[in-house]
Structure formats: C-alpha cells, structure tokens
Design a protein around this ligand. Structure first.
Ligand SMILES: CC(C)(COP(=O)(O)OP(=O)(O)OC[C@H]1O[C@@H](n2cnc3c(N)ncnc32)[C@H](O)[C@@H]1OP(=O)(O)O)[C@@H](O)C(=O)NCCC(=O)NCCS
Length: 183
C-alpha cells in the first residue's frame, strides 16, 4: 500500500518548541536500534527488532531504507527529537494506504515515556500531512490491550470507528481498535 507519488519530507523540521519532527540522521540510528529491542515496543509493534549496525555501510543502508520509504510513497518516517538538544526521543510514521488515507504510528523510547511526547508528535504531523501531503483521512490503529497508545489516540481527538479481530503470526486472537480523526 502506498501513495501514487513520493512523499516529500518537510522543508523545515516541524516543531512546537518542545519536540521537533525531522528526518532520520545517522546520529539517531543506535537509539533506534536499541529501542526496537524494548519489550513494550516488541509487544505492540510488528516490526522486527533491528540488528546492531556494525559499520558505516550498515548505517548508510539503514538511512537508505528510510529514504526509500519516502520516495516509494510507502511511508513518511520521522524522528521525534528534543527541540533543545535534538536528541532522538522516539519515532512517528505516516503509513500511506493510498493518496488520501494514512495511518499514524508512533513509538517513544522507554526513558522518554509518560511526558506527552507522542501526543505532541501526532499534533504536529497531522496538520502537515493534511496541508503538505494532501492526506484527507487519518487513521490510528492500536491493539485493544495497548492502553497507553489508546490514550494517545483519545488525547489527540481520534475516535474509535471499528474493532478488527484477527490472528497474529502465532495464531493468537488479536483485537485491533481502529481510530479515525474527524475532519
Ligand atoms: C504508546 C506510547 C507511544 C505513548 O507515548 P508517550 O509519549 O509516553 O505518551 P503519553 O505521555 O501521552 O502517555 C500516554 C499514556 O501512557 C501511560 N503512561 C504514563 N506514564 C507512562 C510511563 N512512564 N511509561 C509508559 N506509559 C506511561 C498513561 O496511561 C498515559 O496516559 P495519560 O496521559 O492519560 O496518563 C509509548 O508508551 C510507547 O512507545 N509504547 C511502545 C510502542 C507502542 O505501543 N506504540 C504504539 C503502537 S499502536
């Protein structure tokens, strides 16, 4: 699933003075790899834990994969950084279903949780997605047990529209709450 055209990153980082959303940089990569091994992240996100980046070629390849998500129109992966220090605190990602619909996904690195960082990131990415990328419909999917993520959806004004019941890779029942942002 993707857009029919590439997604263009923001010309300037998006900021509210506390967090900044910007493209992925080589300095972020070790924190991104470490966070992919966090138990909560593995529990709620389907992404595989990332291998340690052993050399510069592995780092360049990791950045190329992120660039490819933009140019293929598949996704818009952004880093959530501290607006003062520029240290990476998490990730927010738009995943494009087509030219009008995108899903918002996020993770905040463990040491930064519980301080409203994910809601700040969602509130920054939503108007940019609408104005700069022409996204009309914004969806947010969270496992029914992921109370922290559901709170983020609620705090950002998303409303529950559907519960999808299916099976995960191990055949266990999975209940996904689909939220939609009213226009
Ligand atoms: C879900 C997640 C992104 C929330 O990010 P955040 O920046 O901590 O969000 P908030 O600070 O607004 O906290 C949201 C809720 O988390 C819970 N929370 C509070 N402190 C917390 C802490 N220290 N650690 C974990 N969760 C906490 C609370 O229920 C809070 O809701 P409240 O504000 O009504 O009290 C983050 O917990 C995370 O990265 N989890 C693992 C990955 C994940 O689940 N991603 C979403 C997949 S759909």
């Amino acid at each position: 699933m993707s857009r029919s055209t590439p997604a263009r990153p923001p010309a300037e980082p998006l900021t509210d003075g506390t967090v900044t959303l910007r493209r992925r940089d080589v300095a972020d990569l070790d924190a991104i790899v470490a966070a992919s091994h966090d138990e909560e992240t593995k529990r709620w996100l389907e992404d595989e834990p990332l291998p340690v980046l052993v050399d510069d070629e592995a780092r360049r390849a990791a950045l190329r994969r992120a660039d490819d998500a933009w140019t293929s129109g598949r996704a818009a992966p952004l880093v959530i950084a501290d607006a003062e220090t520029d240290e990476a605190a998490g990730l927010v990602n738009l995943q494009f279903r087509d030219d009008r619909t995108a899903t918002v996904a996020y993770s905040v690195f463990p040491a930064h949780r519980g301080r409203g960082i994910a809601p700040r990131a969602v509130r920054l990415v939503v108007p940019w997605a609408r104005m700069s990328l022409g996204v009309e419909e914004l969806l947010l999917e969270a496992d029914a047990g992921n109370l922290a993520s559901i709170r983020v959806a609620e705090k950002c004004g998303f409303v529950l529209v559907e519960e999808v019941v299916d099976e995960d890779q191990d055949g266990r029942e999975r209940r996904t709450l689909v939220h939609r942002l009213p226009e």
